[in-house]
Design a protein around this ligand. Sequence first.
Ligand code: AHM
Ligand code: MG
Length: 298
Amino acid sequence: MTETDPIVEAIFDAVAATAPEIRAALPGRRVESGTDNPSGESVLAGDLYADELLADALTAVDGVGSFVSEERAAAVDAGAAVGSDGEGAYAVAIDPLDGSSNLRSNNAMGTVVGVYDAPLPATGRDLVAAGYVLYGPITTMIVADADGVREEVVTEAEGGSVDRSVVEEDLTLPDDPLVYGFGGRVPDWPDAFTAFAREIEDELKLRYGGAMVGDVNQVLTYGGVFAYPALNSAPEGKLRLSFEANPIAYIVERAGGAATDGDTDILDVEPEGVHDRVPLYVGNEGLIERLEDALAGD
Ligand code: AHM
Ligand code: MG
């Protein structure tokens, strides 16, 4: 067991501390904010609220050098130049409300966190930790670092203090996969992916909710495969490398699974810009190997 990095701990404390506040603020923020994000998607009032709260909380953490968000064109300078190892400070990449289109229909969504030991854009090999908050019937937080993956339950005590209690110390993907969830419209899937999907439909049970954090959490819990594939109309898929794909790949790989863009381990994908998109396929190793073989024949 490696020593816990105090800055990483402080970052996840800060993220957990925002969770009850974000949850409480959502009922009145299910409407469009009237603005678009750097990916050209319309932003809900809830996205903006979460982004601002997380920016304030994370730029206040000692050892955080920059805050980078799916909702912002530019990084926010957080001041710290030096991290815990005496080297450069961490860049924290956030998707403030992943799956926020689920806000209108009141389905699961969450916050994705990537802690990079390099200024962005950087590859996933620069991640020192990653995690996500999942707003389901209860609020949970997944935290992955060099030691592995933990699941915590986040609760707010009377008086407002926030408690993180570990409910699963060493989370690994079950060996026998059970579920799958694939994004995008089926007619928009390339033929090779459709052929793979047809095989998987025969073997596993569909679980797709439209929020990556919720759908990936099903895979972490039950084993299986999640994909937001390359589409005929969008060869880069939908999900963003820095804010979504890299943190999820880091978590799934630390849990014993695999992550690919169809050809290359997600963590090795070289970004050109902070808001780059990438196809994402994650899950049990055997399924991801089969997927890569299927796409290689395309
Ligand atoms: P968001 O971060 O703006 O919410 O977008 C990402 C979400 C993912 O959570 C999910 O996998 C995907 O978009 C679903 O897209 P679609 O609604 O097109 O199926
Ligand atoms: Mg997202």
